[in-house]
Design a protein around this ligand. Structure first.
Ligand SMILES: [Zn+2]
Length: 215
């Protein structure tokens, strides 16, 4: 059962990723980029929400319905909708489109959106940030305390990895421990102190468990 699940989950993600690839955009370096991990993580949540319908039988109606059942923060919603659109256009033979994201700035409430140069910019406080290969924002503007929490998060992930865990496994462990879908475990898209504190708490629990296992 587990193998069938893994295979079907992968073929659903493949449907999305191959549709994205028709855009012919450059791929970043490193496994994370080469595996289109952000697209894959959202795809897997979507696959679960369809009731694990295999890619060969899933319909656009299944996808639209699934999206409405996924609880996501506004920071993640747009990327999830984009992935859903890729799946639908793949199923209907439509063409893929590029991501057009516009987020609420966590600092000034302005509009944080992609510019023609490929970076993000806030029209209120002029905060700037990078985009990833999918044009998703790498991080959203946030208060000093949230930014500090993000720094702590990355330290904690490093500590998890020091127990002989790969980066991907570390994120999976934190997602499991925080009971959050994997794509949510992304410190740069946390914009509230509560969100980042929940992730950091989960990281600490993972570290405690890894230390117990070793003892
Ligand atoms: Zn701003």
């Amino acid at each position: 059962m587990k193998n069938v699940y893994t295979r079907e989950k992968r073929s659903f993600a493949k449907l999305v990723i191959e549709q994205y690839q028709t855009l012919g955009r450059p791929v970043g370096r490193g496994r994370f980029c080469e595996e289109y991990r952000r697209l894959r993580d959202y795809s897997e949540v979507l696959f679960l929400a369809t009731g694990m319908k295999r890619a060969s039988i899933v319909t656009p109606a299944d996808i639209y319905l699934a999206v409405t059942t996924i609880k996501l923060t506004p920071e993640h919603r747009q990327q999830m909708l984009y992935v859903a659109e890729l799946a639908v256009s793949a199923l209907t033979g439509g063409s893929a489109t590029s991501f057009v994201g516009s987020f609420t700035c966590g600092v000034c409430g302005g509009e944080y959106s992609l510019t023609s140069t490929g970076s993000y910019h806030c029209n209120g406080c002029h905060a700037q940030g990078r985009s990833d290969q999918h044009d998703f924002p790498v991080s959203l503007p946030a208060s000093a305390s949230v930014r500090y929490g993000r720094k702590v998060f990355h330290e904690l992930v490093r500590e998890i990895r020091s127990h002989g865990v790969t980066e991907e496994e570390a994120y999976i462990l934190v997602a499991f421990e925080s009971r959050m879908p994997l794509p949510i475990v992304h410190a740069g898209l946390c914009t509230s102190e509560t969100q980042i504190a929940a992730l950091n708490k989960a990281c600490n629990r993972v570290i405690n468990q890894l230390m117990l296992e070793r003892a």
